[in-house]
Design a binder for this molecule. Structure first.
Ligand code: ADP
Ligand code: MG
Length: 342
C-alpha cells in the first residue's frame, strides 16, 4: 500500500505568558492509502494539536513548529503558504470535529455549505453542486435528502449534523479524512451509527481516515491500526489486534483497563490514577513515569527508544529492555470479545 502521509519527528509548542507548552514532542507516524489509523490517548495528550498541525490550523503564534516534517504526497505541509493550504484543505485533506454546531454555519442551509467547496474546488455549477449535495446527503444516510438539503443546521438533530459534516468533508473526495473525537458529543446509540457510517464510507470511498479519540472502545470497530499517544509522544503503535491482545506499554494497559468490557456486569471501571504531565515542564524521561506502577529509576531521566515487536508494533518502554524485570500484563487490561463492543 502506498503511504500518503508521513509525519516525521514533529514537534509543536505554544508560547503563552512566557511559558512554552510542548504539546507535541517528536511524533512520527505514517498513513497508508485507504486505511484507518486511530490516535488514542487521554485528554491533553497532543492528539488535536497533531491533527490541527496536519491541516495547518494552528495559530502561529502562539503555536510554532519546533521541528519535523509532514509529508503529504511527498510534499512538506509545514512549508506551505496559507494560500497553498487552502487548495489542500477540504479538497485533499478534510477534517471533522467533535461538535458539528461550531463548524457548521448556522445562517446557511446545509446544501449551500456542501455546495461551497464543490464550486470552489471542483468548478461545479450551482446546479451540479446541488444535485451532488443530495447524493452526498443520501450517502451519509440523511432521510429525504431533497428536502433536508434546504434546511439549516438547527433543523437537524445532533447525529444528523455530524452526518452533514461528514458529507461536507467528503464532498471533494479527499484522500484523507481527519476525525477529531467525531462521536464524543453524541449519545451511545448515535455514536455507534456514526462509527458504522464512517466504516461504510471508508469501504465505499477509499478515503484514508485518522480517527482521534480518547475512547479505546470506539477504535476496534473502525480502525485497522492504533497509535497510543501520551504526554505529546506516541508511546505505542500496533495494529488493532496487537494493541488489544498483545499490548506492551503500561499506559496502553491503563487505557484498556479503563475501557468497558463486553462481558463486564456493572464492574467498576479502573481509571488510571494520577494525571498527565505538565507539558510546560515535560519530564525528561518517559512521560508516564509518575503514574506507572512499574516505573524504574531509568524511566525518570531517559526516554526509552522504540522496541520493534513486529513489523507493525513498536513500543517505547524500558520494561522491554533485556535488563528490565519481566512484568506480566495485568488482568484488568486483558480484553475479551472487544470486537462486539460497538
Ligand atoms: P488532546 O487533543 O489529546 O486532548 P491537545 O492536542 O488539545 O490534547 O493539547 C495538548 C496540549 O497542548 C495541552 O496541554 C493543551 O493545553 C496544549 N494546547 C493546545 N492548544 C493550545 C493553544 N492554542 N495554546 C496553548 N496551549 C495549547
Ligand atoms: Mg483533542
Amino acid at each position: 500500500m502506498k503511504k500518503i502521509l508521513k509525519v516525521n519527528d514533529l514537534s509543536v509548542s505554544f508560547e503563552t505568558y512566557g511559558t512554552d507548552v510542548q504539546a507535541v514532542r517528536g511524533v512520527s507516524f505514517e498513513l497508508e492509502e485507504k486505511e484507518t489509523l486511530a490516535i488514542v490517548g487521554e485528554s491533553g495528550s497532543g492528539k488535536s494539536v497533531t491533527a490541527y498541525s496536519i491541516m495547518r490550523l494552528i495559530d502561529m503564534p502562539p503555536g510554532k513548529f519546533d521541528g519535523g516534517t509532514i509529508l503529504f504526497n511527498g510534499e512538506d505541509l509545514t512549508l506551505k503558504s496559507e494560500k497553498q493550504m487552502q487548495e489542500i484543505r477540504g479538497k485533499e485533506i478534510s477534517m471533522i470535529f467533535q461538535d458539528p454546531m461550531t463548524s457548521l454555519n448556522p445562517t446557511m442551509t446545509i446544501g449551500k455549505q456542501i455546495s461551497e467547496s464543490l464550486i470552489k474546488h471542483q468548478n461545479m455549477s450551482k446546479k451540479q453542486a446541488s444535485s451532488r449535495g443530495v447524493e452526498l446527503l443520501k450517502l451519509v444516510g440523511i432521510p429525504n435528502p431533497e428536502t433536508r438539503i434546504n434546511q439549516y443546521p438547527h433543523q437537524y438533530s445532533g447525529g444528523m449534523r455530524q452526518r452533514a459534516m461528514i458529507a461536507i468533508a467528503l464532498a471533494c473526495n479527499p484522500k484523507i479524512l481527519i476525525a477529531d473525537e467525531p462521536t464524543t458529543a453524541l449519545d451511545v446509540t448515535i455514536q455507534a451509527q456514526i462509527l458504522e457510517l464512517m466504516r461504510d464510507l471508508q469501504e465505499k470511498t477509499g478515503t484514508a481516515i485518522i480517527l482521534i479519540t480518547h475512547d479505546l472502545g470506539v477504535v476496534s470497530s473502525v480502525a485497522s491500526r492504533v497509535a497510543v499517544m501520551y504526554g505529546g509522544k506516541i508511546v505505542e503503535t500496533g495494529n488493532v489486534d496487537e494493541i488489544f491482545y498483545n499490548p506492551k506499554h503500561p499506559y496502553t494497559w491503563g487505557l484498556l483497563g479503563s475501557m468497558p468490557k463486553v462481558d463486564s456486569k456493572g464492574e467498576e471501571l479502573l481509571a488510571i490514577p494520577g494525571s498527565p504531565p505538565d507539558l510546560a515542564d515535560p519530564p525528561k524521561g518517559c512521560p508516564f513515569v509518575t503514574r506507572c506502577p512499574y516505573a524504574m529509576k531509568v524511566c525518570r531521566n531517559n526516554m526509552p527508544e522504540y522496541t520493534h515487536l513486529s513489523d507493525t508494533q513498536k513500543t517505547a518502554c524500558w520494561l522491554l529492555d533485556e535488563r528490565a524485570p519481566q512484568v506480566e500484563i495485568p488482568e484488568t487490561a486483558i480484553v475479551g470479545g472487544y470486537k462486539q463492543h460497538v
